[in-house]
Design a protein around this ligand. Structure first.
Ligand code: NA7
Length: 536
């Protein structure tokens, strides 16, 4: 049949995770006509898609929730690190309390958006050809909207089930007693391994790089009691914008070797005992910046982990004698019994550095030295992180310029919020912002609030078009490199640097100056009349 006429809006919000939810709520509150669309069938963003066994956030509660008292006064979590299903329940609760459903349209994939300079509006097209016309295009597509599956030879030959965990079937497959392989040891692979090694007949984990994982220290909440008392919540939430990584904790004010070996050991032990990301993001301030400090942390980590693994070969694969990469410069996962898995007789670790995958076969996976017969292969090989989700939308800016083309040889943004040549388009949790080094809901609120204020300021000034200048964009890219070069991240292969996708430009995809500096920078810009932007 014929398509309905385009829907005219003040803003189209793309993405139903924390970022999009916050913007829909706030912009509507300010009186704007807003719609939110998402390719998923419901709320949750990453938590809609990632429903594989063991899927769980590794930020604690109450870091990982909205700061609105209307919500937290009523909502009760069951775990300190909630699982995917509980997070979806939370989103349903938020949608209900904030009355979001009436402005959401699910099962709607945005495929293209094109800027019309004459009217200063975006024309947005979905997969079904539906059109939206919006003054502002607000992309909250997260950092993992585009899956990555390596092109190993023979994948199509495999007769069993092959799945990327972010496409987990809604109808839970019966994995009990099956032969199961997981490829990849990022957060997803670690979480899957913990669950599936318990139910599989034979379980095989394919590891290319060891995950320098830290003990999660999960807590079950039975009654009203949560780790942080409610009366402390307002201070707690306010504190997120003063922490390097958007949590309630921060780096210690002293350097690793300011302490005596005795004091240092005690400090490490204390951080370790707290679980969570403390050993990563609440440790000596020089850990991510100097090799000696980093190695000291690694050596402590290594001794702790090796003590949990019986087999010396496995010790060497999982916690190598020689530090494999800078600690904390590749995403650390939080684990629950991960290192004990391989003490079980049904579990095998394939160290792909020693025995790489040669090909997939009808029956399973062939490495250089053997073939594994498998029923399930779960390809936990991650995402074209941070930029992939934006580049896969066909976005056309001023004078026909395409976003994907503009970013072909390197990412350019201003403030990690927008792009020169693409007026009135803003994104959260995207490239060159604290993304992934900032707790998600923290960034959703800090960046989201900035965007809402910007829209309001435009209207009170009677302006309709806001666009970053290209010289400030070049400067921002330089700043991003400078901040990164002060750390050990550029020396480490990771998706933070674009290393995981063949052919992707190698560059720091995130802002490493910490949340407080970032927050100050974007707020200063606004206060100085949106310095670096042309507004008309
Ligand atoms: P990640 O963290 O990108 O992990 C992907 C894993 O897959 C990682 O261990 C990779 O090894 C491995 N991988 C990727 N490509 C290959 C190839 N070609 N061969 C062998 N191994 C490969 O994705 P996750 O889904 O686990 O986590 C994503 C984020 O979600 C996570 O960081 C949190 O922020 C939440 P590598 O380390 O590159 O050697």
């Amino acid at each position: 049949g014929s398509l309905p006429p385009p829907i005219e809006l003040d803003a189209l919000v793309v993405g139903a995770g924390f970022g999009g939810v916050y913007q829909l709520k706030r912009l509507r509150e300010e009186g704007y006509k807003v719609k939110l669309v998402d390719n998923a069938s419901n709320w949750g963003g990453v938590w809609y898609w990632n429903r594989y066994p063991g899927a769980r956030v590794d930020s604690t509660i109450p870091h990982y929730e909205f700061s609105d008292p209307l919500l937290w006064k009523e909502w009760r979590w069951k775990q300190r690190f909630p699982g995917s299903a509980e997070l979806r329940d939370y989103f349903a609760f938020v949608a209900e309390r904030w009355d979001l459903d009436r402005d959401a349209q699910f099962n709607t994939l945005v495929t293209a958006a094109s800027w019309d300079d004459e009217t200063a509006k975006w024309h947005i097209t979905t997969q079904t050809g539906q059109q939206f016309i919006a003054r502002y295009l607000l992309l909250n597509t997260g950092f993992s909207a585009k899956r990555h599956i390596p092109n190993w030879p023979g994948i199509e030959k495999f007769r069993g089930t092959f799945v990327h965990p972010s496409y987990w079937p809604k109808e839970e497959p019966d994995l009990k007693g099956k032969n199961i392989a997981v490829i990849g040891t990022g957060s997803t692979g670690v979480q899957l391994a913990q669950e599936l090694s318990k139910v599989a007949k034979d379980f095989v984990l394919f590891q290319r790089t060891p995950n320098l994982a830290l003990p999660m220290k999960q807590i079950e909440y039975t009654g009203d009691e949560q780790t942080i008392p409610h009366k402390q919540y307002p201070d707690f939430f306010a504190g997120r914008s003063t922490s390097f990584s958007g949590f309630s904790f921060n780096f210690l004010p002293r350097a690793t070797f300011d302490d005596t070996p005795e004091q240092r050991r005690q400090t490490y032990e204390d951080l370790w005992a707290k679980g969570d990301f403390h050993f990563w993001l609440a440790t000596y301030y020089d850990m991510l910046f100097t090799e000696e400090a980093n190695k000291e942390a690694y050596d402590f980590w290594k001794a702790k982990v090796r003590a949990r693994i019986q087999d010396p070969d496995l010790q060497e694969s999982l916690a190598p004698e020689i530090q494999p990469h800078a600690f904390g410069c590749k995403r650390i996962s939080l684990e629950n019994g991960f290192y004990e898995i391989f003490n079980q007789p049904n579990a095998t670790l394939v160290d792909m550095k020693r025995t790489p995958i040669v090909e997939f076969t009808e029956r399973g996976i062939k490495t250089v030295d053997r073939e594994f017969e498998l029923d399930y292969i779960i390809c936990a090989t991650g995402f074209d992180a941070i930029t992939g989700g934006l580049k896969q939308i066909d976005i056309t800016g001023v004078a026909g310029q395409k976003l994907a083309q503009k970013w072909e040889n390197g990412t350019k943004t201003y403030l990690g919020l927008c792009v020169a040549g693409f007026p009135n388009m803003f994104f959260t949790y995207g490239p060159q912002a604290p993304t992934a080094f900032c707790n998600g809901p923290t960034c959703a609120e800090l960046q989201g609030e900035w965007i809402v204020q910007m829209v309001k300021d435009m209207d009170s000034a009677g302006l309709t078009k806001i666009e970053a200048k290209s010289d400030v964009e070049d400067q921002w890219a330089q700043d991003i490199w400078k901040l990164a070069n002060a750390t050990l991240l550029p020396k480490t292969k990771s998706w933070y640097m674009g290393d995981n996708i063949p052919g992707k430009p190698r560059e720091p995809l995130i802002y490493l100056g910490g949340v407080p500096n970032y927050y100050k920078t974007i707020n200063d810009c606004a206060q100085q009349g949106y310095k670096g932007f042309v507004r008309a």
